[in-house]
Design a protein around this ligand. Structure first.
Ligand code: ZN
Length: 477
């Protein structure tokens, strides 16, 4: 390690505790997508206090923001993506290795997003200080990215032109290992709600006067179930019934269903159109009407290989943090409780490509960013190995010293990577030329339907239901 790298490590360690505390506070707020008012304010205020110029409420989302700082010529421009939204139903006491909700039924940070923007903030604030000390030119843009769990924000941020002129983007995600990937990841996706409108009637006395919206939802499900057999095997199609009537003796005049249609980018729009035909057919069969609301429409991810290699060098430099006997004991107890391999805090440092890891079906709205600027996501260790995303075990670990160590380790890797990107024009040119090949093959076009807007208020009622009970557990940053 050279003296610049050592200085970056020291600078991160000198302020890590402030950022750990912020991650704990966001964990306690556990705000759902587009409801992250408290979390976004805390983070945007922190960036402003650190000397960044902050633009709030960007791309039509009150909880989205961009924090920018520039020096000299302002080139190159390095972007950092950071998330802070929680998931429904995943409340859990921190550091407790068995299922024990803090507020039963309430949202929780079951995907460790409470650690993610915070890690980018620690990175960017450190890199800014270092650029000032060294007189380096460049711009740092840190994107406060809400509502990843409903796969919403990034296509709207791209559409608003927020990534124009950005040379390279460093993304991150909390995980149970240190990893970067390149090539093609995950699935493209359209998330949409279909609401059918019928007529109420006494279901016993005058059923002929009613038209059942619930029947329409059931027929739409039957239609897409038949459709599924004839789609490419890369697809994933799933739904939940949101509203389906309230009493058998009242013909329901309103029912709705929420779909995720996922597949390779080249198939996803066709599959979506077929599902819409199923909605139309269901409405015709039941003499109901229907409306479609698109919540998100996103691309697969295409992370840049050269950038992944650059970051992976620093994953090796930083390595796994060392863990105390207490942390190891917590990990082992949690693994035993859930039937995961009992390996403690043992996990690999990995660089993976589509050849070494088959396509997995998850999606992220970071996909759209990978098609407008060369981008890689660093997966950094803030969980117990074996613990899967969207699970109470993630909430349990995301406010512990294990998560704190992960934040510091992740920030070190990202800061060393950003330093390289600022100073190594040859690496930047290689990254950009690989990106030019990608965009020649896959020119960016948003999957968002014409006139689509961010679904503001989607989670308001759910958040309001639990906030009073959650407030008692809020942690001061
Ligand atoms: Zn996540």
């Amino acid at each position: 390690m050279n003296s610049d790298q050592l200085a970056i490590f020291k600078a991160i360690e000198s302020k890590q505790e402030i950022f750990w505390r912020m991650a704990d506070a966001i964990w306690s707020y556990a705000e759902l997508g587009l409801e992250e008012y408290r979390s976004a304010k805390l983070l945007a205020d922190a960036m402003e206090a650190a000397g960044f110029k902050v633009e709030r409420g960007v791309a039509g989302m009150p909880t989205a923001f961009v924090a920018t700082w520039r020096q000299g010529s302002g080139k190159p421009v390095i972007g950092f993506l950071g998330e802070y939204d929680a998931l429904p139903m995943l409340s859990q006491k921190a550091g407790v290795p068995k299922k024990d909700p803090l507020v039963p039924g309430a949202p929780g940070h079951g995907c460790s997003h409470n650690t993610m923007f915070v890690t980018q903030a620690l990175t960017a604030v450190t890199v800014k200080e270092f650029m000032e000390k060294k007189g380096l030119s460049g711009t740092l843009k840190v994107y406060g990215s809400p509502a990843e769990e409903i796969l919403t924000s990034r296509p709207f941020m791209v559409k608003a032109g927020l990534f124009e002129g950005v040379d390279v983007v460093l993304d991150n995600h909390g995980d149970s290992f240190f990893q970067v990937a390149y090539g093609m990841e995950g699935t493209g996706m359209v998330s949409f709600i279909v609401t059918f409108q019928g007529k109420t009637a006494h279901a016993g006395a005058f059923p002929w006067m009613g038209r059942s919206a619930t029947d329409a939802v059931e027929l739409m499900h039957a239609g897409t179930e038949r459709m599924r057999e004839h789609l490419p095997t890369t697809q994933r199609t799933h739904w939940v019934t949101l509203e389906g009537g309230e009493a058998p003796n009242v013909v329901p005049d309103r029912a709705s269903t929420w779909y995720f249609i996922r597949d390779l980018d080249e198939n996803v729009e066709k599959n979506f159109q077929w599902a819409l035909d199923c909605a139309k057919g269901a409405a015709l069969m039941t003499q109901t009407t229907y409306e479609v609301k698109t919540l998100g429409a996103i691309h697969q991810r295409f992370p840049n290989k050269r950038l992944a290699e650059l970051i992976f060098e620093h994953v090796k430099t930083v390595g796994r943090p060392s863990y105390t006997a207490e942390e190891e004991a917590f990990a082992r107890a949690l693994q035993a409780e859930c039937g995961y391999p009992v390996v403690g805090m043992e996990y690999p440092l990995k660089i993976v490509s589509p050849d070494s890891e088959p396509l997995r079906g998850g999606s992220s709205d970071v996909g759209d960013v990978t098609l407008v600027a060369p981008t890689v996501s660093l997966r950094f260790p803030v969980r117990v190995p074996g613990s899967p995303s969207h699970h109470w075990t993630v909430t349990a670990a995301a406010k512990t010293s294990i998560a704190h160590k992960g934040i510091t380790a992740g920030a070190k890797v990202l800061a060393l990577s950003a330093f390289d990107l600022l100073t190594d024009s040859k690496a930047r040119a290689e990254i950009r030329s690989e990106f030019a090949e990608l965009t020649a093959k896959r020119p960016y076009k948003s999957f968002l339907p014409e006139g689509a807007q961010p679904p503001l208020g989607f989670h308001t009622a759910l958040m309001e239901k639990y906030r009073p009970a959650m407030e008692k557990h809020y942690i001061d940053p």
